[in-house]
Write a protein that binds this ligand. Structure first.
Ligand code: SF4
Ligand code: SF4
Length: 306
């Protein structure tokens, strides 16, 4: 067993217990800040920066003006109480501490590996009974690769299953260092067309596809495809991804997981003072998704939806 640095710090923006969709058994998902991609459908936009961000919920605001008085950066407009100028905000969190209505919430908190493991231990017996454990998500967990690595080692030291949800956009050396400590990598493949990939995520796909192959050589991999109308919802788009999945190490390929587009993250963009580029995009209907699932299954690869 490798030694674990329990004092290693990371920036965590959420911890969700009792998940059953992000790896085997009952799991806790630890969400980390920082992501090099900017997927237009991202449901966790609060995760993207590698620093704490403040979210403002105007429905909760009682317009007391306290936030404006405590902000040393002058980031809160005198005319729009609670409305934050993001170019001035440094994410110090003073406003959220002072807000009496809970209208300002910080996302991103420094935690040590020891503190996260203490939280996870609350469900240790559930993990053991169900074969579950820890899933690290984000953001992109490999941005904070030192923290991710220590957290994975610490989870294994407890005998828990480990998984990560990754974009695959990281340096090869980091993948080679971290992935041997992962029991299942839930790895996104969003489009086989690099131009489309760059248009909708901000980065081309070549590095990702190379890393997906590498991951499949190291550990179990589930290829995850967020199915987005106008991006990759056509049969040929999904079949190209299935063809690519056939080039991976088949011993480790668990299947393809189609994740139909949803707009549940849209309100978060408003709370961050950002535009949601996919506003008004229709969700896919179940029949269309099932057609895609059947297409994938015909290639011999197990496929599930959602
Ligand atoms: S997080 Fe800090 S800098 Fe940002 S608006 Fe609140 S008090 Fe001002
Ligand atoms: S402190 Fe909270 S409730 Fe008061 S104006 Fe600011 S955001 Fe609104």
């Amino acid at each position: 067993m490798e030694p674990v640095n329990y004092a290693q710090e990371g920036l965590v923006f959420d911890i969700q217990r009792f998940s059953v969709n992000d790896g085997p058994g009952i799991r806790t998902i630890v969400f980390l800040n920082g992501c090099p991609l900017r997927c237009q459908w991202c449901a966790n936009p609060e995760s993207q920066l590698l620093r704490p961000v403040v979210m403002f919920n105007d429905l909760e605001c009682i317009h007391c003006g306290i936030c404006k008085t405590v902000c040393k950066q002058g980031a809160i407009s005198p005319n729009n109480k609670g409305l934050i100028d993001r170019t001035k905000c440094i994410g110090c969190g003073e406003c959220s501490i002072a807000c009496p209505a809970g209208a300002l919430v910080m996302k991103g908190k420094k935690m040590t590996v020891e503190e996260v493991i203490r939280e996870l231990k609350k469900d240790g017996s559930q993990y053991r009974r169900s074969g579950g454990g820890l899933t690290i998500s984000g953001g992109e967990p490999l941005v904070q690769h030192e923290f991710t690595l220590e957290l994975l080692k610490a989870a294994h030291a407890q005998g828990w299953n480990t998984a990560i949800e990754t974009t695959g956009f990281a340096d090869e050396e980091i993948i080679k260092k971290v992935l041997p400590h992962v029991d299942l990598s839930l790895t996104d493949v969003k489009s086989m067309d690099s131009k489309t990939h760059e248009e909708f995520t901000g980065v081309p796909n070549e590095k990702i596809l190379k890393n997906v192959k590498l991951i499949s050589e190291i550990t179990n991999i589930m290829v995850r495809v967020p199915v987005i109308p106008g991006v990759n919802e056509k049969k040929e788009d999904i079949l190209k991804i299935a063809e690519f999945a056939k080039t991976l190490n088949q011993q480790n390929l668990m299947g393809i997981n189609l994740l139909p587009y949803h707009s549940m993250g849209e309100n978060k963009y408003k709370m961050l003072g950002r535009d949601y580029k996919l506003h008004g995009l229709q969700m896919m209907n179940r029949d269309d998704i099932n057609v895609l699932r059947e297409q994938v299954e015909r290639t011999g690869i197990p496929c599930k939806v959602g």
